[in-house]
Write a protein that binds this ligand. Structure first.
Ligand SMILES: *Cc1c(COP(=O)(O)O)cnc(C)c1O
Length: 499
C-alpha cells in the first residue's frame, strides 16, 4: 500500500515515512546498475551515496541567498568554480587567468544566465538574437523564450552532424549578442568545430558560449587518457563563457552546474541587484534567491572524494565500456552509429526500414535496458541516444545478447502501423483547435491512462511507447509541443486527502 497523501491528519513515525518513499521509488527506473542510458550519471563508486547524503544534510538548511551570512557556502562554491575553471583551460598560468564563475542549479539555468549576461551587455540592442546550430540544447530556446531573445538556427550536415562555420558567420546580424557551440551536443554526442565558431564570433565582436554541460567534466579526462579531443575550452580564443554540469560527469547529486566567464567584466550583466524596495538589498548571482547549500556541499564532497585520479579512472572505465558497446552496435546488423563516438555518447539509427527503431527501444526496455528514443528532425533520422557512464562497465557484456534478441523480436513484430482513425484524428488537429475532449480521445487511442483513464487505474505511460513516438513524429513540432503540454498537464494533478 503506497501512501500518496501529503499531509496526514496525524504525523507518522520517521521509519514509516521513509518506507512510504521507498515504496514510491520502487516504481522508478533504476538509478544504479548501468541499465538506464539517460537521466542518471552513476559512477558505481561504493559509499559515494552515503557520503553525499551526509554532506547534503550538513548544509541543507544553509541559504545561498547571502554569501556573507554563510561563508561555508561561499568557500565551497569558490572551490567548485576554481576546479571547473582549471579543468577547462582557465586559472593561473593559462591564457584565461581571470576566469570567474557561478554555481547554478543545472545546465538550463547556466544557459539562461549565459544568454541573459549576453543580452544585458547590449542594452542598446532592442531586439537581441542568438545564433546556434540546430543541435544545440533546447534550453537555449527556452532561454530565448523566457528572455525574449530570438534564436537563429543554423542547420548541420546530415553526414557530420556539425554546422558549417561559414554558415554560422553568415547568420550573425548586428542584433546578435551570442553565438553558441556545443562540446558535445546532447543528442548525438558530436563536438562542434569550436575553434572555427569562436573565431567567427570574435571577428563579429560577439560573445561565444561553449555548452559543455555534458562534456565539460568528461572530455578533459579523455584527453589526458590520450583520446583525440579537439580544443573546446578557454584555450580557444574567442570563447567567452562555458557551462559544465557537475550533476552529469562530475557524478554529483542533482542540482549543480557551473557557468564560467573568461573575465569578471563579462559576468557583471549576469547578476541581478535591486535596492529599490523597503526590504533587504538584493543581490543574486543566479536565478533563485533562497538556495539550499545541500547540493553544493554534496558536490564539494564528491569532487574531494573522487579526486583527479578517481575521475581519470572513471573516464577510462567509461571509454572502454563505450568502445565495447559501439562494437556491439556495429555488429548487430541493421543498425548504424550516426557518429563515431567522440565523447561519452553512443547514438545509432537503423539501416533497414523493416527494423522499427521505436519498437527496438520497447524491446530493449522489456529486457531491462532503458534507452532514449529521439524523433526524426529536419532531414536527420530518428535515433537512439545512450549516455554512457562508468556503471555500464560491469553489465556491458550482457547488452550484446539482449540487443541481438531485441533486434530479432523487432523484425518479427514489423514496423508500427498506426490505426487509420488515430492517424486521421492526429492529422486533423491544429495547435489552436486542441480541446480537452480531443486530447482525451487521442490519449485513449494511444492507451495512455491520463485524466479519467488514470482514475480507472490505467498506467500513465504504457509499457510500449512505439505507437506514441510514431504518432508524435507524424505531426508538426508545434502540435507535438501542445500535445505534450496537455498530456503532462493531465499527469500533474493534485492528490487530495479527502474526497
Ligand atoms: C543536460 C544538458 C543541458 C541541460 O542541462 P539540465 O541540467 O538538464 O538543465 C544543456 N546542454 C547540454 C549539452 C546538456 O547535455
Amino acid at each position: 500500500m503506497i501512501d500518496e497523501e501529503g499531509l496526514p491528519a496525524h504525523g507518522l513515525p520517521a521509519e514509516r515515512v521513509l518506507d512510504g518513499i521507498r515504496a514510491l521509488r520502487s516504481g522508478d527506473r533504476p538509478t544504479h546498475g548501468g541499465r538506464l542510458f539517460a537521466y542518471v550519471y552513476d559512477p558505481a563508486v561504493p559509499g559515494l551515496d552515503e557520503l553525499t547524503a551526509a554532506a547534503h544534510a550538513e548544509s541543507a538548511h544553509v541559504n545561498g541567498l547571502d554569501p556573507t551570512a554563510f561563508p561555508s557556502l561561499l568557500a565551497m562554491e569558490n572551490a567548485l568554480v576554481g576546479a571547473a575553471a582549471q579543468l577547462l583551460g582557465g586559472g593561473p598560468g593559462t591564457t584565461a587567468p581571470d576566469v570567474v564563475g557561478s554555481v547554478t542549479s543545472g545546465g538550463t539555468e547556466s544557459l539562461i544566465l549565459a544568454v541573459k549576461a549576453a543580452r544585458d551587455a547590449h542594452p542598446e540592442i532592442t531586439e537581441p538574437r542568438i545564433v546556434m546550430p540546430v543541435t544545440a540544447h533546447a534550453a537555449f530556446v527556452k532561454a530565448g523564450h523566457y528572455l525574449r531573445v530570438a534564436v537563429d538556427m543554423v542547420p548541420v550536415s546530415a553526414e557530420t552532424l556539425r554546422p558549417d562555420p561559414a554558415a554560422m558567420a553568415a547568420a550573425i546580424r548586428p542584433e546578435t549578442v551570442l553565438v553558441v557551440a556545443s562540446a558535445p551536443g546532447y543528442a548525438h554526442g558530436v563536438i562542434d568545430p569550436v575553434t572555427e565558431i569562436a573565431a567567427v564570433a570574435a571577428d563579429a565582436g560577439v560573445r561565444c558560449h561553449v555548452d559543455a554541460c555534458f562534456g565539460g567534466w568528461a572530455l578533459p579526462w579523455l584527453r589526458r587518457l590520450g583520446e583525440p579531443v579537439p580544443a573546446f575550452d578557454f584555450a580557444v580564443p574567442g570563447v567567452t563563457s562555458i557551462s559544465v554540469d557537475l550533476h552529469k560527469y562530475a557524478y554529483t547529486p542533482k542540482g549543480v552546474s557551473i557557468l564560467l566567464h573568461r573575465d569578471p567584466e563579462l559576468r557583471k550583466t549576469q547578476y541581478f541587484a535591486h535596492a529599490d524596495w523597503p526590504g533587504y538589498t538584493m543581490i543574486n548571482s543566479v536565478i533563485a534567491s533562497t538556495r539550499s547549500g545541500g547540493p553544493i556541499a554534496a558536490a564539494y564532497a564528491t569532487l574531494r572524494h573522487l579526486g583527479e585520479d578517481g575521475y581519470l579512472r572513471l573516464a577510462a572505465v567509461t571509454r572502454d565500456a563505450m568502445n565495447e558497446l559501439a562494437d556491439v552496435i556495429r555488429a548487430a546488423g541493421g543498425l548504424r552509429l550516426v557518429a563515431e563516438p567522440e565523447s561519452t555518447v553512443i547514438c545509432f539509427t537503423v539501416t533497414d526500414p523493416e527494423l522499427d527503431l521505436f519498437v527496438l527501444v520497447d524491446e530493449l526496455a522489456a529486457r531491462g535496458w532503458h534507452t532514449q528514443p529521439q524523433l526524426a528532425y529536419a532531414g536527420l533520422p530518428r535515433t537512439v541516444h545512450l549516455t554512457l557512464t562508468a556503471s555500464v562497465a560491469p553489465v556491458v557484456g550482457k547488452f550484446g545478447p539482449d540487443l541481438a534478441d531485441a533486434v530479432a523480436a523487432t523484425r518479427a513484430a514489423g514496423p508500427v502501423k498506426l490505426p487509420a482513425e488515430l492517424l486521421a484524428l492526429a492529422r486533423s488537429l491544429t495547435p489552436e483547435g486542441l480541446t480537452p475532449d480531443l486530447v482525451a480521445g487521442l490519449a485513449a487511442g494511444l492507451g495512455l491512462g491520463l485524466g479519467e483513464a488514470a482514475d480507472a487505474g490505467a498506467e500513465p505511460v504504457p509499457a510500449r511507447m512505439a505507437v506514441v513516438n510514431t504518432l508524435l513524429e507524424e505531426v508538426p513540432a508545434a502540435l507535438q509541443e501542445r500535445l505534450l503540454v496537455e498530456f503532462v498537464g493531465l499527469l500533474q494533478r493534485p492528490t487530495w486527502s479527502r474526497d
